[in-house]
Structure formats: structure tokens, C-alpha cells
Design a protein around this ligand. Structure first.
Ligand code: SIN
Length: 186
């Protein structure tokens, strides 16, 4: 279901100063950084795995035929690698719009690959959101991604761009690479 989390996200203001914010990206925010940022660094968060379990009704699919995009699933002991961006608070407004189909701003400890830790923000789409699709067999997910297309382009570009960006970051992600291999077999 198409939803809009913009208003609820704008009320989620976890930092009371007007300073910069570190945002952790694990999906399209890794390879499509079309927003202003002050610096970026390879980073990871703990306790989550990246999964193509979120429906996309507004970017990589339509309300009638949603695509599948990445979200984070809690898994004890897991580590999810991605990219952290230092942004100013105004940048959250366009990001809230981009992530409005089910993603909520959450605060997370964020570890930089080169050392150090800060409290950061991450957009997460939990299983409670109406656009959540959940798991499916790999081949079903790959076929779904192969076929879906939305206003931001083919769903498969999202997956292929993410897989390439993770390889460039030297990140191993078995789920993403298995899904990519399945997609490329189609
Ligand atoms: C993210 O990339 O961090 C959130 C999900 C997305 O926009 O693809």
C-alpha cells in the first residue's frame, strides 16, 4: 500500500541542537547520493541485515505493481555495511520525501570503517509498515525485481547498482549477491 511517512518523520527529531547529522545509507542512499552532503565515509551498523523486503510503490514500482527495495531486518550479531553522510538538518526534508513510502527515521550507533562511532540516523522500513512485503524465495524476488518498473526507473537497476556499489566498497553481502546472480540468470 502506498503510504506517506513524511509528517511523522518530521516530528521525529532526535537531535536537539541544529548541528550536522550523520545519516547511514544502506540501499539507494549508497549509490544515489543526489543530495547535498558535507562529507561521506564508509560505515557500518550492528544488529541488522539488508533485505529486499520493502515494497516500492513510488520509485521502483507503482501502486498497482510495486517493486522490491532494501530495508533492514534485525538479526542478532549481524553487521550491515554502507555509507555514512554528514548532512545539515535541512537536507532531511528532501530525504523524508524520497523515503516516504514506509521508512521511518531511527537513531542508531554508527561505526566508521576507519574507526570512531557516533549516534546517527537511518531510514528503516519495519514489518509494521503497510508497504512491507517480507521474504520470498530468491527466484521469486529476482523475477519480481526483473519485471517491476516505476517513476525512478527499472527495479533491476536498483539491485544492480547496489551490488556494484557494495563491490566497490569491498563489502560482502551474500543476500544481495545471490539475488543479483539470480536476476542475471533471467
Ligand atoms: C537507504 O538507502 O539507506 C534507505 C533505502 C533506500 O532509499 O533505498
Amino acid at each position: 500500500m502506498l503510504i506517506d511517512t513524511t509528517a511523522v518523520n518530521q516530528s521525529r527529531r532526535p537531535f536537539d541542537d541544529n548541528g550536522d547529522i550523520w545519516l547511514f545509507g544502506y540501499g539507494s542512499l549508497i549509490w544515489k547520493a543526489d543530495f547535498p552532503f558535507l562529507e561521506r565515509k564508509s560505515a557500518y551498523i550492528e544488529g541488522f541485515e539488508r533485505r529486499f523486503w520493502q515494497g516500492s510503490h513510488d520509485h521502483r514500482g507503482t501502486p498497482q505493481a510495486p517493486g522490491r527495495v532494501a530495508t533492514l531486518i534485525p538479526v542478532e550479531g549481524a553487521v550491515c555495511h554502507g555509507m555514512a553522510y554528514r548532512i545539515s538538518e535541512e537536507t532531511l526534508a528532501p530525504l523524508d520525501h524520497r523515503e516516504k513510502n514506509g521508512y521511518l527515521r531511527e537513531v542508531t550507533p554508527l561505526h566508521f570503517a576507519d574507526g570512531g562511532q557516533v549516534q546517527g540516523l537511518v531510514y528503516m522500513a519495519t514489518e509494521e509498515n503497510p508497504a512491507f512485503l517480507g521474504p520470498a524465495p530468491l527466484e521469486t524476488m529476482a523475477r519480481h525485481i526483473h519485471e517491476a518498473v516505476g517513476p525512478s526507473g527499472p527495479n533491476r537497476d536498483y539491485l544492480l547498482n547496489l551490488a556494484q556499489a557494495l563491490r566497490e566498497l569491498d563489502v560482502e553481502d551474500a543476500h544481495i549477491f545471490a539475488l543479483q546472480a539470480e536476476l542475471e540468470r533471467l
